[in-house]
Design a binder for this molecule. Structure first.
Ligand code: UDP
Ligand code: MG
Length: 154
């Protein structure tokens, strides 16, 4: 199914000059960019976004690290995009993430781990609504679709 998913390029990625390189990996894979912008996160949005981690001892430093610079938010679209992007992202801890995944190739940290990616259809929907207004996500129509997929795949 054609899906949309949310990716955040975290402050560590911005600081290390890896924004273009990471966007390039998603582009080369064949995911279509349906939305993209820079924004500064704050306490409120991070408490919502990381609600499942609010009670953890590392929540404070996680929040600080996510506010250090602006982040780049992307809406990526493709067939099974949610699971495809999670697979490309790799395990949370960069030290354990497989080589070939983004975290496996670009980081050594369990926290400064380059990207956030939605983990299910429910969270993708909620997270896209959290970070994008409806008019910031573009209808790409059939753009490039015949090159990306067979006719019976979409
Ligand atoms: N995180 C952390 N310490 C941990 C687990 C997670 O700092 O022990 C941070 C890390 O940046 C991670 C984010 O919290 O990406 C969200 O955690 P989650 O378990 O949802 O991992 P993800 O979905 O990003 O792989
Ligand atoms: Mg998560």
């Amino acid at each position: 199914m054609l899906e949309k998913t949310l990716v955040l390029l975290k402050p560590c990625t911005f600081e290390r000059g890896l924004i273009g390189e990471i966007i390039n990996r998603f582009e080369k894979k064949g995911l279509r960019i349906a939305g993209m912008k820079m924004l500064q996160l704050d306490d409120e949005i991070l408490a919502e976004h990381y609600a499942h981690l609010v009670g953890k001892p590392f929540f404070g430093i996680l929040k600080e690290s996510m506010m250090r610079t602006p982040v780049v938010a992307m809406c990526l679209e493709g067939v099974d995009a949610i699971s495809v992007v999670r697979t490309m992202t790799g395990s949370t801890n960069g030290r354990n993430a497989d080589p070939g995944t983004i975290r496996g190739d670009y980081c050594m940290s369990n926290q400064q781990n380059i990207v956030h990616a939605s983990d299910s259809p429910e969270s993708a929907q909620a997270e896209l609504n959290r970070f994008f207004r409806p008019e910031e996500i573009f209808d790409l129509g059939s753009l490039n679709m015949p090159r990306l997929y067979a006719l019976d795949e979409v």
